[in-house]
Design a protein. Structure first.
Length: 175
């Protein structure tokens, strides 16, 4: 019995596999691999980017996740889960809060509807000149589920940051 355990442990170490599937050392639960979100009904890839998931200390009624760049400390990507609620489609869902952006100092630069990852998506680019921040938001929807990915950085660094964010955003897919 001891020999079987040692053999199993040795195989796990040599193959870099978790000794027990879906344990804390498993790639399935490693947020940097993007597989962590599979239980939420979607996945996206972060594995070749130098970004780390960090604890999000903000209190929210929504389930949120936050990634930060290891190279640019002002850069962040947040991911929030929501439901369509009473809205019939993604455009109605987004419209209800987009109309409030200007009163908070945001200027909408562009919007674009698209299909991405097996569902509908709405891309919104906006800027907050008062804070010197630029933002790209991707709102993804399938059935009644919604995921909002928000990429944010200082305006002068945004071109570098948005490149990484676009890689994460375009790798998104629903299960």
């Amino acid at each position: 019995m001891k020999l079987v355990f040692i053999f199993t442990l040795l195989i796990c170490i040599l193959t870099k596999a978790a000794p027990f599937p879906v344990s804390s050392t498993s790639l399935v639960t490693d947020p940097s691999e993007g597989k962590f979100f599979a239980s939420h009904g979607f996945e996206f890839n972060t594995s070749k980017l130098d970004w780390t998931i960090v604890s999000n200390n903000k209190k929210s009624i929504f389930e949120t996740f936050k990634f930060t760049s290891n190279e640019r400390h002002s850069a962040q990507l947040t991911l929030r889960k929501d439901d369509l609620g009473n809205e019939k489609n993604l455009a109605q869902y987004a419209k209800k809060w987009m109309k409030e952006y200007p009163q908070y100092g945001f200027e909408i630069l562009a919007t674009k509807k698209m299909l991405l990852g097996g569902g509908n998506a709405l891309l919104i680019d906006f800027v907050h000149r008062g804070k010197g921040e630029q933002i790209r938001q991707l709102v993804l929807q399938k059935n009644k589920k919604v995921v909002i990915m928000t990429c944010l950085d200082e305006i002068e660094n945004f071109k570098s940051t948005v490149s990484d964010c676009n890689k994460m955003m375009t790798s998104f897919y629903w299960h």
